[in-house]
Design a protein around this ligand. Structure first.
Ligand code: ADP
Length: 165
């Protein structure tokens, strides 16, 4: 354990995938506490509302003792300070993630010198996975069981066709 360090893991989580859960698992093994943090006010138009996304995160992290969920609306570094968190976790899947993530990490560093961004790589089987692709597959009734938890798969099926086939 790193000396009592709380880390926040921010994102849109629309919805949470097995890739996100892989990162949460890794972070939970490294840090004292991990707060999965739903960023409410982003320019994205989410498929699931805040309550739905929080419920899916809650269901996914139930098995981790030192992981909790929160949501925030505003500046991430303000929320990190409020949580007394010195670390922001981000997942890096591929080079394509790098430029955006690097820019954001540098901006956060400018805004709050004491806070560091820590990048974690998922198991390579999740490097192709993101929430947008999962939603596209679910929309056309493809099999998403290897990408999300059963609970999330059910929520996606309900969104797109009311009932699971
Ligand atoms: P964003 O904050 O860009 O909307 P998400 O909510 O999808 O992104 O994801 C939050 C964080 O999790 C980001 O750092 C993203 O790179 C990372 N992430 C998303 N999917 C995966 C995955 N399959 N493997 C590893 N990291 C991931």
């Amino acid at each position: 354990m790193s000396k009592n360090i709380t880390a926040i893991y921010p994102g849109t989580f629309d919805p949470i995938t097995l890739g996100h859960i892989d990162i949460i698992h890794r972070a939970a093994n490294i840090f004292e506490k991990v707060v999965v943090t739903l960023a409410v006010n982003t320019s994205k138009k989410p498929l699931f509302n805040v309550e739905e996304r929080l419920e899916m995160i809650h269901d996914a992290i139930d098995k981790f003792e030192n992981v909790s969920v929160a949501h925030f609306d505003g500046l991430l570094v303000d929320f990190a300070r409020e949580q007394k968190s010195l670390v922001i976790i981000r997942g890096l899947r591929a080079i394509s993630d790098f430029e955006y993530e690097f820019q954001m990490a540098l901006m956060n560093k400018k805004l709050a010198r004491e806070i560091s961004t820590v990048f974690l790589m998922p198991n390579e089987k999740y490097t192709y996975l993101n929430s947008t692709i999962v939603k596209s597959v679910a929309k056309f009734h493809g099999n998403i069981d290897n990408f999300v938890t059963k609970f999330v798969a059910d929520q996606l099926h309900n969104k797109f066709n009311g009932e699971r086939s």
